[in-house]
Design a protein around this ligand. Structure first.
Ligand code: SF4
Ligand code: SF4
Length: 301
């Protein structure tokens, strides 16, 4: 059976498509968005989370670490040497207090469907279903396709949340299986896209156009990041995109949140993204939405 790497399955999601949904988060992403809200989702392999406040200094993790990456000085909490750690996850299996947690595990299509089908009655009542998210779900195209096929066979409504950074050869098989694409569009300017996301937006725009031309249902989702893409030029870029691709059903502007910063220490990561960037106010979001509406853009909500 096809298997893939996931890092979470969230039941009762209400922000990942219509109705009540189960969101399956696939690990791995080809982009490097400076403001990524789930930085632990970027590597394809396992990530190790360590929260020292939860450590009860039991020493169980030290006994299993094959790399001697853990130290427990007398009277202190565990110290993790990330340079030595190979992210095997052995220590996390021993840590009952969840100070150490392995993020990312292999799952079969059956494993995923067992969880997804638990809430089928809620999907029916609310118009919900399953959403594949990430990371970037199209980064594991065979696994994504197999999960979508299994869900469709059980008449589960399917959404895919994607950046669109994938070759059409991998995406086109998914078109008949996806009821609604939640397509993240982050930056109009190709040079700035490369600067902010680490890759040009050419492939993304190609995927979007091909999905549109193939008759896919598309809801565009645009994160608005002050001092970065929250600019008039980008808003006008969204307007122009909608004129070229008029069957895009809706556009939703998403405010930047800075809660991800708390994850940096947990995963031993660093970020060059300026701390001075703060979420836009409600009034600012409203003004941007109003501007798009006046240009004839079908703003969601
Ligand atoms: S197993 Fe967990 S709680 Fe025990 S010493 Fe290791 S990190 Fe601390
Ligand atoms: S993930 Fe593996 S190598 Fe890293 S600290 Fe834990 S046991 Fe050691």
């Amino acid at each position: 059976m096809v298997s893939g790497r996931i890092f979470d399955i969230q039941r009762f999601s209400i922000h990942d498509g219509p109705g009540i949904r189960t969101t399956v988060f696939l690990k791995g992403c080809p982009l490097r968005c400076l403001w990524c809200g789930n930085p632990e989702s970027i590597p394809s392999g396992t990530s190790l989370s360590y929260v020292p406040d939860r450590c009860i200094a039991c020493g169980a993790c030290l006994r299993v670490c094959p790399e001697q990456a853990l130290l427990l000085p007398a009277g202190e909490k565990v110290r993790l040497d990330r340079h030595r750690c190979m992210r095997c996850g052995e220590c996390a299996d021993q840590c009952d207090s969840k100070a150490l947690e392995a993020v990312g595990r292999d799952a079969t299509v059956g494993d995923v469907m067992t969880v997804v089908l638990r809430d089928k009655q809620y999907y029916k009542a609310s118009g919900g279903g399953m959403t594949l998210s990430g990371g970037e779900p199209l980064f594991q195209p065979r696994f994504a396709e197999a999960v979508l096929r299994a869900a469709k066979a059980r008449e589960v409504h399917c959404c895919v949340e994607t950046s669109g950074y994938a070759l059409w050869g991998a995406v086109r098989h998914l078109v008949p299986l996806v009821d609604l694409w939640l397509f993240d569009f982050k930056e109009t300017n190709p040079r700035l896209h490369e600067q902010f996301m680490g890759k040009s937006n050419k492939l993304i725009l190609d995927t979007l156009r091909q999905l549109h031309d193939a008759g896919a249902r598309i809801a565009l989702r645009c994160p608005m990041i002050p001092q970065h893409n929250a600019r008039q030029e980008h808003l006008d870029g969204i307007v122009s995109l909608l004129r070229r691709l008029p069957r895009i059903e809706s556009v939703e502007l998403l405010p930047y949140y800075d809660l991800w910063r708390g994850k940096l220490n947990r995963f031993g990561l660093t970020s060059t993204f300026p701390e001075s960037v703060k979420p836009p106010s409600h009034a600012t979001m409203q003004a941007w939405n109003e501007y798009l509406r006046k240009q004839g853009v079908p703003v969601a909500g």
